[in-house]
Design a protein around this ligand. Structure first.
Ligand code: GLV
Length: 482
């Protein structure tokens, strides 16, 4: 992407001459506010919400204000490029679409208002269309609203990775990884920070967990190994139903009609319960009317809640995963340099510095504050100096050219192009975007995802121009006030 800032900026101003405004707001707060007004209450709470008193969500944003970019003048920046290389793949920009679960929640309101193309199963395909147009990788979520194969089909040749929640059922994990490989994924991203769900007050106050209504569990519902578990559950219950609402380690509990403590029998049927059952039946493969009569849809939700996650994992378990795929493995959720070292010691190929957008621990360290220490730890690790890919140094340890041997990616708190610049300056090889493009999806489907992303890339390019940098690989700590 060459000089994208000028292109996007000129097009917005030119459209303005004809009275046309951008399809989605360019400012981060205005974008979020526009999405909040449009989305359902449950959808907004799930996407925007964080843990507890929301202090980590706020801290993630506030941290960017503490790192200041220093403008530099009289540097030839007439030809700028955002291009980079990541895990051997040339990319137009150091930006990926981060994994976002239950993406259908971003288009729920469109269906509620009878909007076109708003069926829940359209969310990831819309993302995939935008990503394909931009050539930027999608990290397909374990908690997606459509099977990964469907998203892969829309992506065509465009790059994709797979984000893995390490289920407590080995066969399901193996099957997900095999399906990801067959779907053309180029890396596995294991999320380490969500082996229990955070204490998410916005969702808790609404009593709302999408997975308990079968929203965001399409990877499981479409999985042959998962289907075997559901079958066994139904047979074990004498075909009578879905068990008693096990909470599993995911801490999820309720499945719409019952709860971990109060089984279905103890609850009188309510409209909400009927809606939840309908949601399960609609999401389950096969005709809704049949799913309503059979026990499988509800048994599938209960099975998911039982096997979602595993709190017993330790670093040595990475070897198990390593043996099951030839793809690079990146670990996501790293906030401490020692964890970065341990991950590399145990075979990880890359690190994603993330606190899950502030959704897991309240009052946690801002993800941006964790970035530089992790980058330094990774650059000191012997693995960072082995193999191919380490290009010319920039003086701050950032590799230029062929891409870092052990990439460090960043997410949590990025809303603008200037934020991307700051994360790259602190040593990230690339960043993952989350909420901003989800808001774009909520406002304008694939066009919204594309526009939000173009705005961020345009601002990154313009920030580079004004900071006197013409290649993303040359952004470094020297571009920040000390
Ligand atoms: C799970 O992916 C979540 O953050 O809700």
């Amino acid at each position: 992407m060459r000089n994208i800032g000028r292109t996007v900026q000129s097009s917005i101003y030119r459209n303005g001459v004809f009275g046309r405004r951008p399809a989605v707001p360019t400012g981060a707060d205005a974008l979020a506010e526009a999405a909040r007004r449009r989305m359902t209450r449950t959808g907004w709470s799930y996407v925007a919400g964080g843990a507890g008193a929301q202090r980590t969500v706020d801290a993630n944003r506030e941290a960017f204000g503490r790192y200041r970019i220093v403008p530099r003048q009289m540097v030839d920046v007439g030809e700028r490029s955002l291009a980079t290389t990541l895990l051997g793949r040339d990319l137009p920009a150091p930006v990926l679409f981060g994994p976002v679960g239950a993406l259908e929640l971003a288009v729920q309101h469109q269906r509620a208002h009878g909007g076109r193309g708003a069926a829940p199963r359209n969310a990831e395909p819309a993302l995939a269309r935008a990503a394909r147009d931009l050539g930027l990788p999608v990290v397909i979520s374990s908690q997606a609203s459509v099977p990964m194969e469907d998203t892969a089909a829309v992506l065509g040749d465009s790059p994709r990775w797979f984000q893995l929640y390490w289920s407590s059922d080995d066969a399901v994990v193996e099957s997900f990884v095999a399906r990801a490989e067959a779907s053309g994924c180029e890396a596995i991203v294991v999320t380490l920070d969500t082996h229990v769900l955070g204490w998410r007050t916005l969702d808790l106050d609404l009593g709302y967990l999408p997975f308990a209504r079968a929203e965001g569990i399409a990877q499981y519902l479409s999985d042959p190994e998962f289907q075997k578990l559901v079958e066994a559950r139904v047979r074990g219950a004498g075909g009578a139903g879905a068990g008693d609402g096990g909470a599993g380690d995911g801490g999820a509990g309720a499945a719409g009609t019952g709860s971990a403590r109060a089984g279905a029998g103890e609850n009188r049927p309510t409209l909400a319960a009927v809606r939840s059952l309908l949601s399960m039946a609609r999401h389950h493969p096969g005709p809704t009317w049949r799913n309503l009569r059979q026990p499988y849809a509800r048994a599938a939700v209960e099975t998911f809640l039982d096997i979602f996650s595993r709190s017993t994992l330790t670093w040595t378990d990475l070897a198990w995963l390593r043996q099951r795929t030839t793809l690079p493995i990146l670990v996501k959720g790293i906030q401490h340099p020692d964890d970065a070292h341990a991950a590399l010691d145990h075979g990880a190929n890359g690190i994603i510095v993330s606190n899950h957008g502030g959704r897991q621990i309240d009052n946690a360290v801002a993800s941006l504050d964790a970035l530089a220490p992790v980058v330094d730890a990774v650059r000191e690790h012997p693995r960072a100096h082995s193999g191919t890919g380490a290009g010319a140094g920039t003086g701050n340890g950032t590799a230029v050219g062929a891409g870092s041997a052990v990439p460090v990616l960043f997410d949590s708190g990025i809303r603008t192009g200037a934020d991307v610049f700051t994360a790259l300056a602190l040593g990230a090889d690339a960043v993952l975007l989350g909420r901003p493009w989800v808001y774009g999806l909520a406002l304008a489907g694939a066009d919204g995802v594309r526009s939000v992303t173009e705005h961020i890339l345009a601002e990154l390019d313009i920030t580079m121009a004004l900071a006197g940098v013409s290649e993303t690989g040359r952004i470094g700590r020297h571009n920040l006030a000390s």
